[in-house]
Design a binder for this molecule. Structure first.
Ligand code: GEK
Length: 243
């Protein structure tokens, strides 16, 4: 795994974060050292998808990056009618994801399909499992409800949406404490103060977190029959919503 040192040196100009080739090359190291609970969420995505998958339906991994959640589903779902569609609009990420798929000796080729597109533009249907692990936070806030409505419409009754996000808090001291704890996590994982601060600045206009209440209210308004938070580590959480 290539180490993430992208922000280790002082950068003259801090440009908005984007998922280019440099990021794709270090992505597994970056996400594991930056997102508390990431490995657990990916593993549980497989476990949950195996239970909620309906024969002859589709699973979507929206904002799949290198395909970790898609591969977790492909490995966990035994039903051979599974069709996993993994979507990302970063061609650098998808090129690497395709490589990983070819290299894997898991015979996942028939079940996983990668699509390079904006998740707000694709047509979805017949979905029993939809996964958005840390992707909605990168979609413009005003476009989130429309995207979630499209997902809802594409889902079969009894299907599951797994939605993982960084959270925001409205209470000032609560927000500060959660941010501090996330900082301790990154520091303990070997990131310097400079790295943490430069990365934070590049993400400021790009990753826009919402509160747990905003997520739950929106999912309920859209029509999901049950919405539950099943995981949290510091300010990173995961919800399931059942249609
Ligand atoms: C994982 N889920 O490893 N359309 C398609 N893809 C998008 C869009 C968009 N509009 N916006 C952002 N992305 C993954 C991790 S990373 C999270 C997800 C993180 C993609 C973007 O290119 C990136 O690959 C991914 O969403 C977010 O389980 O890096 O914090």
């Amino acid at each position: 795994m290539t180490s993430d040192t992208l922000y280790a040196q002082p950068l003259e100009q801090l440009v908005d974060f984007n998922f280019d080739e440099k990021v794709a090359n270090v992505f597994p190291d970056m996400i594991n050292r930056s997102v508390p609970g990431y490995a657990s969420i990916v593993a549980m995505t497989g476990i949950l998808s195996a239970e909620f998958f309906q024969s002859n339906s589709r699973c979507y991994d929206l904002g799949c990056s290198l395909g970790a959640s898609a591969f977790s589903m492909a490995k966990a779902i035994e039903d051979e009618t599974k069709h996993i569609i993994a979507v990302d609009n970063s061609s650098a990420m998808l090129a690497k994801a395709q490589q990983l798929l070819q290299q894997s000796n898991l015979h996942l080729n028939q079940s996983v399909e990668f699509i390079c597109d904006d998740i707000s533009h694709i047509k979805m249907s017949n979905a029993s499992v939809v996964v958005m692990n840390f992707t909605l936070q990168f979609i413009a806030p005003e476009k989130r409800a429309v995207l979630l409505k499209n997902i809802f419409q594409a889902m079969n009754k009894g299907g599951i949406l797994i939605l993982s996000e960084k959270l925001n808090y409205t209470h000032k001291s609560q927000q500060q404490l959660l941010i501090d704890m996330h900082y301790f996590f990154k520091k303990a994982n070997g990131y310097s103060q400079l790295e943490i601060s430069q990365k934070r600045q590049t993400l400021e206009n790009v990753l826009i977190p919402e509160t747990l209440e905003q997520h739950k209210d929106r999912l309920e308004k859209i029509g999901f029959r049950q919405t539950e938070q099943w995981f949290q580590c510091f300010n990173f959480a995961s919800l399931v919503a059942i249609k």
